[in-house]
Design a protein around this ligand. Sequence first.
Ligand SMILES: Nc1nc2c(ncn2[C@@H]2O[C@H](COP(=O)(O)OP(=O)(O)O)[C@@H](O)[C@H]2O)c(=O)[nH]1
Ligand SMILES: [Mg+2]
Length: 233
Amino acid sequence: MVLRIPLRRSASFTPDHQPGAEAAPPPPPGPVKLEANVVVLGAGSVGKSALTVRFLTRRFIGEYGDMESVYTHTLALEGKEILFHIWDFPCSQERAEESSGEKRIQWADGFVLVYSICDRASFDSLRPRVQVIKAAKEGPSQERVPIVIVGNKRDLHHRRAVSSEEGRLLALSMDCEFYEVSAAEAYHGPLLVFHALAERICEAKLALKKGTGLRSIVKSVSAVFARKRTDSM
Ligand SMILES: Nc1nc2c(ncn2[C@@H]2O[C@H](COP(=O)(O)OP(=O)(O)O)[C@@H](O)[C@H]2O)c(=O)[nH]1
Ligand SMILES: [Mg+2]
């Protein structure tokens, strides 16, 4: 039996191909693709869902319920395509599922921590949250964890209970990014938040890759030296 395999013609089989002629330029490389798991955390009613939905749809709906949702969204960022998986976590569930907190932290590549500028208790709850995340994620050899702190409801300045300066200082002291936004008023602020987080996540992933590369070089060099030592014994 003869198997007939269709021949795929390559450039060198084309009849008008001239040896040495310029080959067609390769197609331009597509954008670098990167996946980013993000968890949005904070006290109840600070605007976590409003901020997330504003970023995803550019809209402010007003009422969001208290549901847990994971959204997927693509963002183009300086030649990269970031595929976000955003986990909007209701505060009520957070309390009920303390044990799954660790799992959530390990799943995430980055965090958006939200407080309301009108609610001091929501601001005060952020420092311990950052500490828990850092303790779980940042081992001695790991890079800093990407976190953006967001003061939301900036439009309610007449009810302000936390100054911008306090927010900025908290972020600075915890090595986090900081933005004050109004999810109700504009799309730009939430967009900046997720942009900044994406940048930090890209940096962290790159640093981790470099670190792993360096660690494997160090490992192979030490393996060679160890072998030499045993050979010479
Ligand atoms: N004025 C104002 N209200 C907001 C803003 N963001 C959210 N809200 C309102 O605050 C309430 C709680 O928002 P929600 O997103 O459900 O909070 P979550 O519990 O943190 O997810 C809702 O009534 C929203 O309409 C904002 O930037 N400004
Ligand atoms: Mg919500």
